[in-house]
Design a protein around this ligand. Structure first.
Ligand SMILES: Nc1ncnc2c1ncn2[C@@H]1O[C@H](COP(=O)(O)OP(=O)(O)O)[C@@H](O)[C@H]1O
Ligand SMILES: [Mg+2]
Length: 348
């Protein structure tokens, strides 16, 4: 298999620019998530990769091949769409074997392959069923098996689980990830759900208004978002413009304490982000560095407790492991301190 390279891909719909300067290299066997809000260009990019849509300019290469010369049906991509488009008049096995049928594989062989794939996706023995007699999760599995039956070089999925309930979605995410690892097929998975992307991707590509904001491992985009947009999208809730004086960091004229090792010697105003787990909350007392805020919301998220604070109209979010009941209640005053060794600067 080969590297997929996108260079300066642009897509124009009339006067509307849906994709701008998309540059991306996807390695063989990689699991990529295209992540972004509605309308940011995820589906358009996926359709261009599949050959269902032409880029207005730019190039796509798969290894040494320029994909502009390769029509959709010769690109050997397996696709799963949000609306599954299973063939209602075909049974489960016939659906899975469809692509093989088109490619002229003989009946015995394609039914054998379909049977094996149905085993792989946990639907062994259901080949004879009409697709109308399947649950939502089972239909998704049929769509996945159908896409993989042709042994694609690229496996593309467009929000395949967004219509399913949370439990089933998580289950299928794990299954797809395991299956992808086993098959080693290069995979591009579109989602608007950052948790979904975090849990399955080798690398997340965050799109905003048709542009790549950042591409990186889940850890990189989560812990070191490169732009304010990514910080916000990945749920880094504490972003503010701080003043660096050389010996301390200030927000609205109040000292947050020493700048920490990574900001030593820094001067001037900079955007700073601190993840919710690197805030410290305590009872306010005179003379402490930090900000005093009011607790606005406390919620228990299973393993963690999230506390939202209002400091002079700014919102900060704190989380900690919930091994004991919440220390702060709504309405309490709390001293908010930032662990500056775990803060980072967002380039402006
Ligand atoms: N065929 C089309 N004609 C005109 N505009 C389109 C077409 N397809 C998509 N768009 C526009 O391009 C933008 C990106 O669409 P899309 O790629 O579907 O976004 P996403 O999948 O991220 O929600 C949207 O504003 C959408 O309205
Ligand atoms: Mg879409």
């Amino acid at each position: 298999m080969a590297t997929l390279s996108l260079s300066n891909v642009q897509k124009q719909f009339g006067s509307f620019q849906a994709l701008r300067d998309v540059n991306l290299e996807i390695g063989s066997g990689e699991f990529i998530c295209l992540l972004g809000g509605s309308g940011c260009g995820k589906t358009t990019l996926l359709r261009i990769i599949a050959g269902l849509e032409d880029a207005t300019s730019g190039s796509l290469r798969l290894g040494d091949d320029n994909l502009a010369d390769v029509p959709c049906h010769k690109r050997n991509v397996g696709m799963v769409f949000q609306s599954l488009a299973l063939f209602p008049h075909l049974n489960v096995a016939q659906n899975v074997a469809y692509g093989l049928d088109i490619r002229g594989v003989d009946k015995a062989e394609r039914l054998k392959k379909a049977g094996a794939l149905l085993e792989t996706v946990g639907l062994g023995g259901l080949g004879e069923r009409p697709v109308s007699a399947l649950s939502g999760g089972q239909r998704q599995r049929v769509a996945i098996a159908r896409a993989l039956a042709i042994q694609p070089v690229l496996f593309l999925m467009d929000e395949p689980f967004s219509a399913l309930d949370a439990g089933l979605r998580e289950h299928l995410q794990i299954e797809v990830k395991k299956l992808q690892r086993k098959l080693g097929v290069t995979t591009i998975f579109v989602t608007h759900d950052q948790n979904e992307a975090m849990s399955i991707a080798d690398r997340i590509v965050i799109l905003n208004e048709g542009r790549i904001e950042q591409a990186g491992t889940p850890t990189e985009v989560y812990a070191r978002p490169a732009t304010p947009f990514v910080a916000d999208f990945m749920g880094t809730n504490n972003v503010f413009e701080a003043q660096f004086t050389g010996h301390d960091v200030q927000l609205d004229g109040r000292s947050l304490g020493a700048p920490g090792a990574s900001f030593k010697g820094l001067f001037g105003r900079h955007q700073v982000a601190v993840r919710p787990e690197y805030l410290r909350l305590s009872r306010p007392s005179e003379g402490d560095a930090g900000l005093v805020g009011t607790v606005e919301f406390v919620r228990l998220l299973g393993a963690s407790i999230e506390t939202e604070l209002n400091v002079d109209g700014r919102t900060f979010v704190h989380t900690r492991i919930s091994d004991s009941p919440p220390e702060f209640q709504v309405g309490d005053k709390a001293l908010v301190q930032f662990d500056m060794d775990h803060a980072w600067m967002i380039p402006s």
